[in-house]
Design a protein around this ligand. Sequence first.
Ligand SMILES: C[S@@+](CC[C@H](N)C(=O)[O-])C[C@H]1O[C@@H](n2cnc3c(N)ncnc32)[C@H](O)[C@@H]1O
Length: 503
Amino acid sequence: MAIELPIALPDTLLSRLSDFLELQIGLHFPRERWRDLERGIAAAARESGYKEVQAYIHWLLAAPLTRTQIEGLASHLTVGETYFFREKRSLDILEQQILPELLRARAPAEKHLRIWSAGCCSGEEPYSIAMLLDRLIPDLEKWNVTILATDINPQFLRKAAQGVYGEWSFRDTPGWLKERYFIKRQDGRFEIQPRIRRMVTFSYLNLAEDAYPSLVNSTNAMDLILCRNVLMYFAQERARKVVDKLHRSLVDRGWLITSPAETSTVLFSAFTAVAFPDAFLYRRMVNAGPQTAAVTHPVPWYQGDWEATAPRAPAPAEPSEPAAFSVALSTFAPEVPYEAVAEQATESEDANSPEHDEHDERETPQCKARACADEGRLAEASAWCEKAIAADKLNPAHYYLLATIEQERGQNEAAERALGRALYLEPDFALAHFSLGNLCLSGGRQREARRHFGNALTLLRACPTDALLPESDGLSAGRLAEIIAAVQASLPHAHKVHKELAT
Ligand SMILES: C[S@@+](CC[C@H](N)C(=O)[O-])C[C@H]1O[C@@H](n2cnc3c(N)ncnc32)[C@H](O)[C@@H]1O
């Protein structure tokens, strides 16, 4: 048995350090976790080349942390405990009740679904959701499914994007899982099927610090958020703020799933707590105050051909490239031609048309577009954007908003066109260059993506780092430059790109 060494660092220093980390990263280290803090900070000091842990801590405390320092510390101070189909009871409820209800509601019209695994660790949680959806939706290729998975620890994110796991990630999982969704490698590890890996987009996001909900990082209009075994590492006040932002990231009637250990009537008072046998889950109900509801009977959602849902033969092995570790990008595939939807939405909303309420600031077409986008009504959002453009054709912000909405709808060509117009009107629009880079990246055009990211970086470096970028929901120039640098670093090297282009 390992012998626990006594805590060696002075209490005063540990106390200052834990206050500092709480403020800067949101990581909470009460006295009971000081041993973990000591161990983690000693490893971080070694990595930074410090022989003296105390000297390293004094150096950290001297100034606000940079993003690189935050990432480095997060790699040593976060807890990476996770496995496939963890806390199976919640996932059973998801599979038998929540997802079927959502799918039934969405099947007749816009077949879209937005899910966020917040604090996704090395990917086992979002991939479990992707597998559930694969089992539940017989015509998955017709659906626009976004599974966004975010974490503060870049090492976890890199492992997640690789999608290669050892036996320990499969403790407590059903036997069929490996057979159906993994390829056994020669080194005895298991690689996730590429089609499941492609369903998930991994992205860096600090829940304590970053802006959300936001169209910019695609954290808006979620149908379902899993934030399990994450809030327990935050101080109460911080957890309250995070829960408030998660609440706003959900659509009306959207669900939040936490760990059973995190259930709290106080923390989740803005939600309706829904009691399932053996579990409480939380639901955002816009027109209902906090209340508790009980659900007992599962309802089947799919009344079509169940044959098609029978276990599928494993897909043939495909070249194994890691999933993109970058900013969140929607993976929607369009269902209905965009123009038709826009027309439809325009017609159905004539009673509320802009002419009737042009004096109220909140009622401008662009505000309505944003409000619709926040609620996941993307076709309406797009139609309001078109109205904003018709009324003010020279405003690049309207085209940028349209591009963001079109991207969420999977209308990438329309999004690119709108960004092109925004940049024609405002060539220094750094955020538009960045979005264009992301679109190129998702289309496999890496050389073009690099060019757009380069343009954005040149513009951002000419701004003060703390200058807030227009249309960004509070993103600073310095922060976007860091994000772009991280995306660039995750791209294959230039010689690999040449090879790609040659094939
Ligand atoms: C114990 S794991 C939980 C993983 C998974 N949700 C599950 O339940 O199996 C906690 C995760 O939260 C992440 N985390 C901690 N603080 C965070 C923050 N401020 N922002 C984003 N992620 C954070 C950690 O890096 C870690 O991956």
